[in-house]
Ligand binder design. Structure first.
Ligand SMILES: [Zn+2]
Length: 344
């Protein structure tokens, strides 16, 4: 008899706790406590238990009954709470949800987009060439002599590859200028190319990273002169840095341009007066010049018929030269530190 009562209790509790709605709970209640319920019938049997055990069994039966009743009450409350919270969920569907954390494009990507748009207005055609190229395109065709220091292992990353008799070794491009010959091979003049790519050099300090971006302009057509170069860079400087900034060119030397220039932009802080941040009012932006006749020849273009100009500037560099950019260590751009990136 004891075993039967304990069995009834255990069975009842599993049914009650697994009931998922009030209807199911009510059915369970009837099944055990109803007129012909399992416990009710068992209690009726107690009268046939031998007298000396009857009291003990009676107490046990009572305890089982109380436990079942209490568990039913508890479960009723659990189910009614669940019902309420289900109701709230149904009502609140129009409330704003939890916003997912939204990032933004990286500073360099933003700068590349802006630069592209500016040159698109002048009719430049954005292209992209391989980041791994032959020594021929990176140096030889650009008029670099065999012993030029840029070809040193200390300056350029060479790729382990089979040497090609015409093209030499493979390199991670040290500048976007390798795209000049590629473009001349791809299309005939007139050419207005804007090549933006990752470049690689063995360098790392506050103003240099081993990987950086350059944007290279190349214009080849009949009667192209320094005036076109000056007009183009002035347009870029005003569009990118603002109307107050000015540009100037200084004579310089590069292998692949003749004449060659270093391009400066007036300081955004002192606007050319001269301050602590600049060299007498000017900041260096990068190189430019008229395309060397040997380079045109390497690209299969007749230098008697066509002339051109080219420039190659660092995306990171022009970004840091914006007046409101107070980035004192260029390496921060690639440290993936959200505390830095979220400021822009
Ligand atoms: Zn200044």
């Amino acid at each position: 008899m004891e075993d039967e009562l304990i069995g009834i209790k255990n069975a009842a509790l599993t049914f009650i706790l697994e009931a998922i709605d009030p209807k199911e709970l009510e059915e369970t209640k009837l099944q055990f406590l109803g007129k012909s319920g399992k416990l009710t019938l068992a209690i009726k049997e107690i009268s046939s238990v031998p007298k000396e055990k009857r009291k003990e069994i009676g107490m046990l039966a009572n305890e089982v009954k109380q436990t079942i009743e209490q568990t039913i009450k508890d479960q009723e409350q659990v189910l009614s709470k669940q019902k309420k919270s289900n109701l709230i969920e149904k009502i609140d569907v129009t409330n704003p949800g939890i916003k997912p954390a939204l990032g933004h494009l990286h500073l360099i990507t933003q700068a590349i987009d802006e630069i592209t748009q500016i040159f698109e207005h002048l009719g430049f055609n954005r292209v992209r060439y391989s980041e791994v190229d032959w020594d021929y395109y990176a140096f030889t065709a650009l008029n670099f002599p065999k012993d030029h220091p840029a070809r040193d292992e200390w300056e350029t990353f060479f790729i382990k590859s089979q040497e090609n008799p015409k093209n030499g070794k493979m390199v991670l491009i040290p500048h976007t200028s390798s795209g000049q010959i590629r473009e001349m091979e791809r299309v005939k003049p007139p050419i207005r190319m804007l090549n933006i790519a990752k470049c690689y050099r063995r360098q790392s300090d506050v103003s240099h990273t081993p990987m950086f971006h350059q944007f290279e302009g190349l214009v080849i057509d009949k009667n192209i002169s320094i005036t076109h170069l000056k007009g183009t860079l002035e347009y870029f400087v005003k569009s990118y840095f603002g109307e107050k900034r000015k540009s100037r060119i200084r004579p310089y030397h590069f292998q692949f341009t003749e004449p060659s220039f270093e391009v400066d932009v007036s300081c955004g802080v002192c606007l050319g007066i001269g301050c602590k941040l600049c060299k007498a009012g000017w900041l260096e932006m990068g190189g430019a010049g008229m395309v060397h006749p040997s380079v045109l020849k390497a690209g299969g273009i007749d230098s008697k018929e066509y002339t051109g100009f080219a420039f190659g500037w660092g995306v990171e560099r022009v970004l840091m030269m914006k007046e409101d950019m107070e980035i004192d260590d260029l390496r921060l751009l690639y440290s993936n530190d959200l505390r830095f990136l979220e400021q822009f």
